[in-house]
Design a protein around this ligand. Structure first.
Ligand code: DON
Length: 309
């Protein structure tokens, strides 16, 4: 049993925080541009009562692309893997997360994987529910169950800010609708997508969520799986192969923890059968990953020998 120590976490945050000066907060979603780039926080959860944490832990942030892991899990539970993977692929990409180019050059024209924007938009389109409100409520309830926090909701200001500026994502949707990958009304799909990207939490919630994914879909006290074992296995695998955008290969070598980042600066980590990790640091590197968060994960992985490889 690994003995995690808060003094270690505090030291790691101090060391990684220096790097935040070299990063930039995302501005293409205007509301995200208001974040303080010097913020850095980490929480880890091992299934005990509380998380261990260090840094600006009270800060809440929106999940952004981290929500792609959760909508994928829900779509797999709703529709089964055959349905999902007829419409979205399983391969990593060396392109940026919002690139349209592979949609044009791949045959058949389907998104390469569910962790890039095109793939996540296709997955959002698969969620079951009678209305947009029902679908969003299902995503929220799923996340409330995973975190054990009934108050989880979305930030309407960030959602609106993205909705008003999401023309690149709209383009991906129009392209995919032409090729039969998605079916819905595109404004409604963008509405649902921007709202699930704007789901808000702190690092403690994120660490708890990471724990469940790493623990084969089971919460700390639950005998039943919140996520079926096979679905947890699939999403964890995508976290390894595609979770850190087109930096996933380097990250696998340097850190080796199944992880997913978002442009808000959040990173979700799931060490199989071990520890859930929640990180927030809005200063990003040039690939869109939290610059301080990456260093923190590197330090954590080395200190506690957490690489799965
Ligand atoms: O769609 C977007 O651009 C954002 N809502 C999320 C992007 C993000 O976090 C990085 N994507 N993989």
């Amino acid at each position: 049993m690994i003995c995690y120590k808060q003094e270690h976490l505090i030291k790691m945050v101090e060391e990684a925080k220096v790097l935040t000066k070299k990063g930039k907060v995302a501005k293409y979603i205007p509301a995200l541009g208001e974040a303080d780039p010097s913020t850095l926080a980490v929480a880890i959860y091992t299934g005990e009562q509380d998380c261990m944490y260090a840094g600006n832990i009270d800060e809440v942030f929106t999940l952004q692309s981290i929500s792609k892991v959760l909508t994928l899990a829900l779509a797999l539970m709703d529709r089964g893997s055959d349905y999902v993977f007829q419409r979205v692929g399983m391969e990593p990409t060396g392109d940026p997360f919002n690139s349209i180019s592979k949609l044009e050059t791949s045959i058949p024209s389907k998104p390469l994987n569910p962790m890039i924007n095109a793939g996540a938009l296709a997955v959002t389109d698969m969620l079951v529910g009678n209305t947009l409100k029902d679908k969003l409520e299902r995503v929220l309830n799923f996340i409330r169950k995973l975190t054990g926090n009934k108050n989880i909701s979305y930030n309407p200001v960030v959602a609106q800010s993205e909705f008003e500026t999401a023309d690149l994502n709209r383009s991906l949707c129009y392209f995919m609708r032409q090729h039969g990958i998605i079916e819905s009304n595109i404004e409604q799909l963008i509405d649902l997508y921007t709202k699930h990207c704007a789901i808000e939490m702190n690092c403690n919630d994120l660490a708890k969520l990471g724990y469940v994914i790493g623990n084969e879909g089971r919460g700390p006290n639950a005998n039943e799986n919140i996520i079926p074992l096979e679905v947890a296995r699939i999403v964890k695998t995508f976290m390894v192969t595609c979770g850190m955008y087109n930096a996933s290969g380097e990250f696998a070598i340097n850190v080796g923890i199944p992880s997913k980042s978002g442009v808000s600066g959040g990173i979700l980590g799931s060490v199989p059968h071990g520890v859930g990790i929640g990180i927030y640091g809005p200063a990003l590197d040039d690939k869109g990953n939290s610059i301080g968060g990456l260093r923190l994960l590197e330090l954590l992985s080395k200190q506690y020998n957490l690489s799965i490889f």
